[in-house]
Design a binder for this molecule. Sequence first.
Ligand code: AQP
Length: 344
Amino acid sequence: MKHQERVFSGVQPTGNLHLGNYLGAITKFVTLQESHQCLYCVVDMHAITVWQDPAELRGNIREVTAAFIASGLDPKKNIIFNQSQVSGHAELAWVFNCVARMGWLNRMTQFKEKAGKHKENASVGLFSYPNLMAADILLYHATHVPVGEDQKQHLELARDIAQKFNVDFADAIKAAGIEDGLFFPQPEPLIQGPATRVMSLRDGSKKMSKSDPSDMSRITMTDDQDTIAKKIRKAKTDPEALPSEVDGLEGRPEAANLVGIYAALKGCSKQDVLTEFGGAQFSVFKPALAELAVEQVSPIGEEMRRILNDPAEIDNILRNGATRAREISEPIMAKTKEIIGFIQ
Ligand code: AQP
């Protein structure tokens, strides 16, 4: 089956949308809209794998949507929607719950990190999260998935699920008229550039994260100019000057992180940054980074605030996106049911 190139990715509406989400994912979405049919999803069903306050969840769904648009995603060109408005995500996730193996999910490092020592108390949804993610992508036969480095393992699982489904139902797939048996495509992760894993500003060994208790660990997309500059000024560093070569960042996670952020914001390589700043102290580099971050991030935050003033318009965009998403997903879900043997 010839699969048309199609991009899918999602962001959880769990608050504190940060520079890692922006550089690792959203900027890639913006680039891809020029060349591909793209679906960008506010994955609210993923968010509730950890308890969310209902009023805050509603606000956060609108905030992620506003961030998409403020970052330059065109809702006419792309399909922007929230997951729970397209029931196929839940339907296909159930099918994949029955395809994926417990052993596969037991190997997922994100579950181990998020459940921590209290695995017995984690929701079943948090455990089966990667199956829902596979459903998100494969419901649209998406072929390319721009994500940060932390999602690589989940993407590999999605590929395994696609392959196992195609093998388990090989005869039924052929009987449904798909001669080559490739009903679900193997989605490819797109993890590129200098900021695929932005680290905490307080600890270079931990990724920048929405759930870090320290607000100083992350730059959020709605931080004002002073806050962005202050967070960069206070970011943890070491006492050495910056090296002139990328190899010199080895064993210096905080320095590597700030150089990576600078490179991603500027649209150049880490080596380009070191060619400019090699030998400079952080007292010189940090103000330059702060200036660049303020220049790039604060207009997005301002635009988000403007968009958020009209929640009805955001809800319209999401409803319209869901209608268009269903146009693609419904025939694929119907075919999936036919292949499995469900009567429709
Ligand atoms: N630190 C990061 N660096 C680069 N990319 C990142 N992403 C997340 N953190 C970083 C990418 O952002 C997209 C949306 O992420 P998500 O909403 O699914 O959240 P997450 O991956 O669970 O990470 P968060 O935002 O830090 O939340 P918590 O605190 O809950 O873990 C994805 O493409 C992700 O790779």
